[in-house]
Design a protein around this ligand. Structure first.
Ligand SMILES: Nc1ncnc2c1ncn2[C@@H]1O[C@H](COP(=O)(O)OP(=O)(O)OP(=O)(O)O)[C@@H](O)[C@H]1O
Ligand SMILES: [Mg+2]
Length: 250
């Protein structure tokens, strides 16, 4: 068992139009960490995250997941790293909410009874079960976001990457998604969340990585990082700003 579940060594990435998306990022992540990836718009969070399951491959440098070179083990990597995208619409493929969540398991030829059990459980956890017969395209923005999360959770990947999971969610939706993420972490999953909304998740985080100008600028424990957030364009949680420390959301 490798010590680091993710090992990133000096990756650089340039888009087709010549714009540099990632500048020399090196970082290691241990199993079971709960990481907030913070940074203002355009700082490179999504571009960086897309490298973690091989959606983008670096021009130089290496990424290892569970000790495997991502560029050479794409299928294995995508089973290990589940990615909930920032744009929920891009993931929708099923005709109903139920089928949408069942899709990945069907592709793995999982038994129908097991599929029904797992999908029902995930839909109930995210309070989506009453929508199971609906066409995904008719859902609200927040419902679509929860559906995208359900489609990843049902596959039970070891590492789950969330790109802005709370955007579009109302207060109960935020609590449902947050408590699902917390449970996943407590049951051993490694969690990486890109968000502007540090306040919502800071209580659970073991580490905050701050990006700016498509590089990692700061990396450390939440208490040390909190005072650096605003100088990198990310809002400091109110509770710490007003001297009340770090408070749980809700
Ligand atoms: N396909 C592309 N071609 C050229 N430039 C791109 C492409 N995709 C993203 N970029 C640029 O790369 C930079 C980083 O974008 P990225 O989406 O990673 O930022 P982000 O930190 O996720 O921002 P946000 O908080 O708005 O989601 C931005 O300046 C963006 O315009
Ligand atoms: Mg983004």
């Amino acid at each position: 068992m490798p010590k680091n579940i993710i090992d990133i060594q000096a990756i650089c990435y340039t888009f087709a139009d010549g714009y540099v998306g990632i500048k020399n990022i090196s970082v290691s992540i241990s199993k079971g960490e709960f990481i907030i990836l913070a940074g203002k718009n355009g700082s490179g969070k999504t571009t960086f995250l897309r490298h973690l399951n091989g959606l983008l491959l670096p021009d130089s440098g290496k990424i290892f997941v569970n000790g495997y070179d991502v560029s050479k083990h794409l299928v294995q990597t995508r089973k290990t790293v589940g990615m909930v995208f920032q744009d929920a619409d891009t993931q929708i493929v099923g005709d109903t909410v139920f089928d949408e969540v069942a899709f990945g398991l069907e592709n793995l030829n999982v038994k129908r009874t097991q599929i029904n059990e797992k999908v029902t459980q995930v839909l109930e956890d995210l309070n989506l079960f009453h929508l199971k017969e609906r066409n995904p395209s008719t859902l609200s923005g927040g419902e679509k976001r929860k559906l995208a999360i359900a489609g990843i959770l049902v596959m039970n990947p070891e590492i789950i990457v969330f790109d802005e999971p709370f955007s579009n969610l109302d207060y109960p939706g935020t609590i449902q998604v947050l408590s699902t993420i917390i449970d996943l972490n407590r049951s051993g999953h490694t969690i990486i969340i890109a968000t502007h909304d540090v306040e919502t998740v800071i209580c659970e985080a073991t580490r905050i990585i701050i990006m700016e100008d498509r590089q990692i600028k700061k990396d450390g424990n939440p208490l040390d990082m909190i005072k650096h957030l605003e100088s990198h364009g990310v809002r400091e949680p109110c509770s710490s700003k007003f001297g009340l420390g770090i408070k749980p959301y809700g």
